[in-house]
Design a binder for this molecule. Structure first.
Ligand code: FES
Ligand SMILES: [Fe+2]
Length: 390
């Protein structure tokens, strides 16, 4: 289906802007358009094994790929890829995990060596993704072509997190530029000491389009309703202090805790988060556009990815795991920070919205001018990324 930009336009002025239409949340073709436009232009977090199998090797991806020649397959947005540490240099690279001969998967599991040999007909590649040799192909005219080498993705990392980006989308902002504000807000946290939790990790399909989940994540307005039960998130936070800070590629939401013991030691955050009245920051909830949430709590970091599943616009692959700074604080994450309770409330709400999306004649929504700056930002970013940057 050919989409017309004007049917999806989200105005810059929140007072007149309409939400994206329901079609953007339920149509396969719109999801395919997102996967062809905004996702290749974005840095995507390489899934940690923890988010696939909590009992797996607890080392980070960077550690698993630290030895020369080490390689690790993974799947991202439904695409088979693998990370490869150089043999002649120490660079970490990422390639399509499909042989350039007849597309057999090249890497089946973690492995290591100077040469990669395809299991189907024996084509050989080096650790830089270059075609090396293939019996039966010597003397062929115009061979090897550029496309006989492996297709390479960009790779960048921040602390223990490894990101990749599809180069076919052309040049885009460097990961460091996207993370500038986030890095500044967390610069006093001992992030080098983050340890992966072996117990807390999950990867599962949840109801609802991936954008429903990010919209909800950016929506502080629902906190006072969906999370309002006694002992809920709305009670744990001083909602009057809630802040939403928006920039081009990232957004920060933060709020003071009701109880000082649920907040960050002020020495661990920049001066601008300090409260003369002594309140302490409950959490820094960072969204990296389009679909990665990095949630910093006094106990550590909760990583949430809302990954679209190709051809299934009404379902999202929700991947999450924890990196721990303080074990004793992490042990009381459910009592103080209500992690599971809030997730369950959000997932139930999104399942209900998915049911509503079956109604074919849903109007476009509008935004509350003060309370919904986060959702407006997200809808506008989607519109711009899909329609204005092509
Ligand atoms: S598919 Fe790899 S050598 Fe044929
Ligand atoms: Fe929520």
């Amino acid at each position: 289906m050919a989409y017309t930009a004007s049917d999806f336009a989200v105005a810059d002025d929140i007072r007149v802007a309409e939400t994206l239409p329901a079609a953007a949340f339920r149509e396969r073709d719109f999801l395919a358009l997102e996967l062809a436009t905004l996702f290749p232009r974005s840095w995507q977090l390489v899934p940690d094994a923890a988010s696939v199998d909590p009992g797996s090797d607890p080392r980070s991806i960077a550690e698993l790929c630290s030895a020369r020649g080490a390689r690790l397959p993974f799947s991202l947005l439904g695409r088979p890829l693998f990370l490869q540490r150089g043999w002649d240099d120490a660079a970490l690279r990422c390639f399509s995990n499909a042989c350039t001969h007849a597309w057999y998967p090249l890497v089946a599991g973690p492995s290591r060596g100077p040469t990669l040999v395809c299991g189907q007909h024996g084509r050989k590649f080096d650790c830089a993704g270059r075609f090396v040799a293939h019996a039966g192909f010597s003397g062929l005219p115009d061979f090897p072509r550029d496309c006989d080498h492996l297709r390479e993705f960009e790779v960048a990392s921040w602390h223990q997190l490894t990101f990749v980006r599809d180069p076919s989308a052309g040049a885009g902002p460097a990961l460091d530029d996207i993370l500038t504000e986030l890095a500044a807000s967390t610069s006093a946290l001992p992030l080098a000491t983050l340890r992966r939790s072996r117990a807390v990790a999950e990867s599962r399909e949840v109801a609802g389009n991936w954008k429903q989940h990010v919209w909800n994540y950016m929506d502080r307005y629902h906190v006072g309703f969906i999370h309002r039960a006694p002992g809920g998130l709305a009670d744990a936070c001083d909602m009057s202090s809630y802040q939403t800070e928006l920039s081009d590629h990232a957004a920060l939401q933060w709020v003071y805790a009701r109880r000082p013991e649920d907040g960050f030691d002020p020495a661990l955050l920049p001066e601008r988060f300090r409260d003369p009245a002594g309140r302490r920051v409950f959490a820094l909830w960072w969204l990296l556009f389009p679909n990665l949430a990095l949630n910093f709590y006094p106990w550590g970091l909760s990583i949430n990815v809302f990954e679209p599943i190709p051809e299934r616009p009404d379902t999202t692959l929700f991947r999450w795991y924890h990196l721990i700074l303080d074990d004793s604080l992490h042990a009381r994450r459910e009592d103080s920070w209500l992690i599971s309770q809030v997730d369950a409330e959000d997932l139930d709400a999104m399942a209900q919205v998915r049911r509503s999306l079956r109604e074919p004649h849903l109007p476009r929504g509008r935004f509350a001018a003060l309370e919904e700056t986060g959702p407006h930002w997200f809808h506008r970013q989607i519109y711009r990324a899909v329609f204005e940057s092509t």
